[in-house]
Structures are given as structure tokens and as C-alpha cells.
Design a protein around this ligand. Structure first.
Ligand code: DX5
Ligand code: ZN
Length: 217
């Protein structure tokens, strides 16, 4: 069984206490950073200044998910703000191969992702050139949405494709992840689970993380 990484999404955290929230998730493998531009997705979240603030108070791996049009315009800025990995959407640029190349040239880990309604085939041409593949299991734009069940089959397919290639890229899943489906997703071949609302609940992020780990044990 693969060791599964957890990536709490800061989108669901209390921004007035960002430092404490990062402290509460310090046992996680990644901090997931959701950047939204109000164009690629119908919501605006935050950008470089908030990532830079998180970077100043945390040594967590910053897993930046760019839900923005033409992400190549801002890759350098997110690297300078402290990103360790940057994931771009295939739908957001005609130059996804160039975008992942830019991330790698800057010495960071490059990820690629796609919306639930986008064919997996769109990923094939770049699969050998990425460090991470992200399966969106909700339509991006908002936290707290319901997991789309067909995503499990998409994870299985991508797992098979990555194994065929001999790729050791991470296979991440994002949207509606809870203690009830975490084990199923890991068994389908996911190696990184993003979780927002199921981690940053009423009883605190540390307890939320523990619940996810227990579900995976
Ligand atoms: C959705 C974001 C997700 C979101 C996950 O657009 O990419 O990372 O924050 O939130 P939950 O876990 O609440 O679905
Ligand atoms: Zn995300």
C-alpha cells in the first residue's frame, strides 16, 4: 500500500488566524493553496501576498493550485512568493506544455489538472513531463461541494497510465474528500488527498487531520 499524503486546503481555513491554522496542520505533507481569478472559475480567493505570508510562518510544502486564465503569466510570481509545486489547468492555456516547463525551469514541481467534464486524453501529451496529476472531483471554484462519484474511475485510469509510463508522479484528488471516501480514493491509486471543509471543521484542523489519517489507517 502506498503512503498517502494529506493536503489541507487553506481556502477553508480562518484567514484571520492563518498562522495558527498552518500550525494546526503542521503534520500534513502539503498545504494546498487555491488561487482563483474570477475568470477561469466564478470566484476569487487570494493570490501571491497571502501565499507569501503563509510561507513566512510555515515550512510546509506549498502546493499551489492555479485556477486562473493563462497561468503562465504568473508562474514566476508564485515561485517568488514561495510555491514548492504549481499545478495548472489544461483548460486555462493553449500552452500547458510550456507552462509545466516553466515551473520546472524555475526548480519547482509541476502539476497538471483538469475539470470533471474534461476528457482525460487532454492530459496524455504532458503526462511524462509532470511531477503531479490532479483529478478535480468537484467543479472548481468553491469549497464544501459534494464529491462527484465518477472521479474514482478517472483516478483508476490515470493510475494505470502513470504506471504504464513508469512515472512516479503524485496522483492528487481535490474536492469533496472526507474520512468516508479517503480509503476508496487511496485504493483507486491516489497518493495525495486535498481536503478543505472536512479538515477545517468546528473542532479544529488538527482533529480534522487525525480523522482523515484514521480513515486511511
Ligand atoms: C475547489 C478547490 C478545492 C477546495 C476543496 O475549487 O480547488 O481545493 O478548496 O474543498 P473541499 O475539500 O471542501 O471540497
Ligand atoms: Zn484545489
Amino acid at each position: 500500500r502506498r503512503q498517502v499524503k494529506l493536503a489541507p486546503s487553506l481556502l477553508a481555513s480562518d484567514f484571520t488566524r492563518l498562522g495558527e491554522e498552518l500550525q494546526a496542520i503542521s503534520s500534513a505533507e502539503y498545504a494546498h493553496v487555491d488561487v482563483m481569478d474570477g475568470m477561469f472559475v466564478p470566484n476569487i480567493s487570494f493570490g501571491m501576498p497571502v501565499l507569501a505570508a503563509a510561507r513566512r510562518v510555515s515550512s510546509l510544502y506549498m502546493d499551489v493550485h492555479l485556477m486562473i486564465e493563462r497561468p503562465e503569466r504568473y508562474i514566476r510570481d508564485f515561485v517568488e512568493a514561495g510555491a514548492d509545486g504549481i499545478t495548472v489547468h489544461v483548460e486555462a492555456t493553449p500552452h500547458v506544455h510550456r507552462a509545466v516547463g516553466m515551473v520546472r525551469e524555475l526548480g519547482r514541481r509541476a502539476g497538471v489538472t483538469l475539470n470533471p467534464g474534461t476528457s482525460l486524453e487532454t492530459l496524455r501529451p504532458v503526462l511524462a513531463d509532470v511531477d503531479l496529476v490532479l483529478v478535480m472531483s468537484v467543479n472548481p471554484g468553491f469549497g464544501g461541494q459534494k464529491f462527484i462519484a465518477q472521479s474514482v474511475e478517472r483516478i483508476r485510469t490515470l493510475r494505470a497510465w502513470l504506471d504504464e509510463l513508469g512515472s512516479d508522479a503524485e496522483l492528487e484528488v481535490d474536492g469533496g474528500v472526507t474520512p468516508s471516501n479517503a480509503r476508496l480514493l487511496a485504493d483507486a491509486g491516489a497518493t495525495v488527498l486535498v481536503a478543505g471543509s472536512s479538515v477545517f471543521g468546528k473542532d479544529g484542523a488538527a482533529a480534522g487531520l487525525t480523522r482523515l489519517r484514521e480513515a486511511l489507517a
